[in-house]
Design a binder for this molecule. Structure first.
Ligand code: C2O
Ligand code: CU
Ligand code: CU
Length: 493
């Protein structure tokens, strides 16, 4: 009897998740008073349609010019997410997502970290070129109860959208899926899009069971390790389920969208709208990419878009994940946020400048490396490998030299896509090879994570700027935890 009730609750979640808010291509029922709440268990609901929360930036406790000082504590805490029992999350400073850190190019940053979890943790500044010993890699764990200070300088030219998250050996998925992830924005003194109102949309996913507890995101043992995962969670924007963002009709906004889920590919679109893509992982493009209908955002990637909202009053459009196959059953699609126009008079759109920020060509590459992604036989303990090996932090898998420009051919010999991520730098995609045919990239962009589709080869141009050991890995976090990670040693020039 008990079991049956649980089962039914599970089915209810599925029904709501996939029909009302998932794959249906018409809008969900939306009344003047907001949207229907989504039942997650008998007697409790997950509210939807609340006004989109604006993420609060962390206080800078330093009064010194050009300096940022702050504190982060990673700890369990009780969060009220649903109208029902509270949920124990792990959070930075008791918040979900964690506090937005807002920095300026050239700033000296020091962040005191206290690990109040009962397992090792770290803080990794995803995408920012910080020194190897400040990068929060798994080689540098912070034990339970310990403190450490992360100190680095924000690189010149790094203005863009980043995030931070734990990167402890084998438990990154667990920690991120329990709530430890937060946005970080680097600003420049001369932002060409300065006058455009801005929103940060941090997308995460959370799987809560009927009792309000987190269902742990763990790769299934048996079958191909890391293949099944936390996808079953609800997709949230700024920690809210299907929030409503109200804007005046005709308004132009800049959205920084982060895919901070552990393992979910997303194809972002807004019903009835096209938008301009103005930035990627490492910041602005050289020129806006106009008239984009949807954008693939692989796990860990960020995109900046500028959207001019339809000049129609009191209407609702959904920001959606259209879903993405990714070589396997991943990403069913979901509604992420309702964009609702007010009944105010139509405002004038803001024109984008034709150029944004030059993207330096990296110069000719002096060597070419081949990196093959493969999988072990479909055996019971299968796993994904990089150049035939599983992660061992005591081994060096790839080497380079400070400042050396290299081409890397990322060859995906598996049947799944992998979003590959390099620490310590931003790189450029040169082109893709599909069935022997090379197609050059059509515009330059800074990325720290690139999707390498099943069976394809992606060629990147990359350059490391400081010495030390860096991680290179798949950002489907269950794959990373299962060993799809390599050590890149950057030797002094
Ligand atoms: Cu976002 Cu190695 O990580
Ligand atoms: Cu990283
Ligand atoms: Cu992978």
């Amino acid at each position: 009897m008990r079991r049956r009730q649980v089962l039914q609750a599970g089915l209810a979640i599925l029904a709501i998740g996939e029909n009302a808010f998932g794959q249906m291509h018409s809008a969900p029922r939306i009344g003047m008073g907001g949207m229907m709440a989504a039942p997650i268990a008998p007697g409790s609901t997950w509210p939807v349609g609340l006004p989109l929360r604006r993420l609060q930036a962390m206080q800078n406790t330093s009064a010194a010019e050009g300096e940022f000082q702050g504190e982060l504590v990673a700890a369990p805490y009780m969060a009220h997410l649903i109208d029902g029992p509270p949920t124990q999350l792990w959070g930075y400073n008791d918040s979900y997502p964690g506090p937005l850190i807002e920095l300026f190019e050239g700033q000296r940053v020091s962040i005191d970290f206290l690990n109040a979890l009962d397992i090792d943790s770290t803080i990794h500044w995803h995408g920012l070129a910080v020194p190897a010993d400040q990068d929060g890699s798994p080689m540098d764990p912070v034990p339970p109860g310990a403190r450490r200070r992360y100190a680095f300088e924000v690189p010149a030219g790094s203005a863009g959208t980043y995030w931070y998250h734990p990167h402890a050996h084998r438990t990154t998925t667990l920690q991120v899926a329990r709530g430890l992830a937060a946005p970080l924005i680097v600003r420049s003194a001369d932002d060409p899009l300065q006058g455009i109102p801005e929103q940060t949309l941090m997308i995460t996913s959370l799987a809560i069971d009927a009792g309000g507890e987190i269902r742990d995101a763990r790769p299934l043992m048996g079958g191909m390790r890391g293949m099944m995962m936390a996808d079953a969670g609800e997709v949230l924007v700024n920690g809210q389920r299907l929030p409503t963002h109200r804007v005046d009709p005709g308004a132009t906004e800049r959205w920084r969208i982060l895919n901070a889920t552990a393992d979910r590919y997303m194809r972002i679109a807004v019903d009835g709208h096209r938008f301009s893509v103005v930035g990627t992982d490492g910041g602005l493009l050289a020129q806006p990419l106009p008239n984009v209908g949807d954008w693939l955002l692989a796990p860990a990637q960020r995109v900046e878009i500028v959207l001019t909202v339809a000049a129609r009053q009191s209407e609702t459009f959904l920001l959606r994940d259209l879903g993405y196959g990714g070589g396997a059953r991943r990403g069913l699609g979901a509604a992420l946020m309702a964009l609702e126009t007010t009944d105010a008079s139509v405002v004038e759109p803001i024109e984008l400048p034709s150029t944004l920020r030059p993207i330096a060509a990296l110069g000719p590459a002096s060597i070419r490396q081949r990196v093959v992604l493969s999988s072990t036989a479909m055996g019971m303990m299968g796993s994904f490998l990089i150049n035939g090996r599983s992660f061992d932090m005591n081994r060096v898998d790839l080497t380079t030299q400070v400042d050396r420009v290299e081409l890397w051919d990322l060859v995906n010999a598996t049947m799944l896509d992998h979003p590959m991520h390099v620490h310590g730098t931003q790189f450029q995609v040169i082109g893709r090879t599909v069935r022997g045919r090379f197609t050059p990239a059509s515009y330059p962009a800074w990325l720290d994570t690139v999707n390498v589709p099943a069976g394809e080869t992606v060629t990147i141009k990359t350059q490391q700027l400081s010495p030390g050991k860096r991680m290179f890995h798949c950002h489907l976090l269950p794959h990373e935890d299962a060993g799809m990670m390599a050590v890149l040693e950057v030797l002094p020039a």
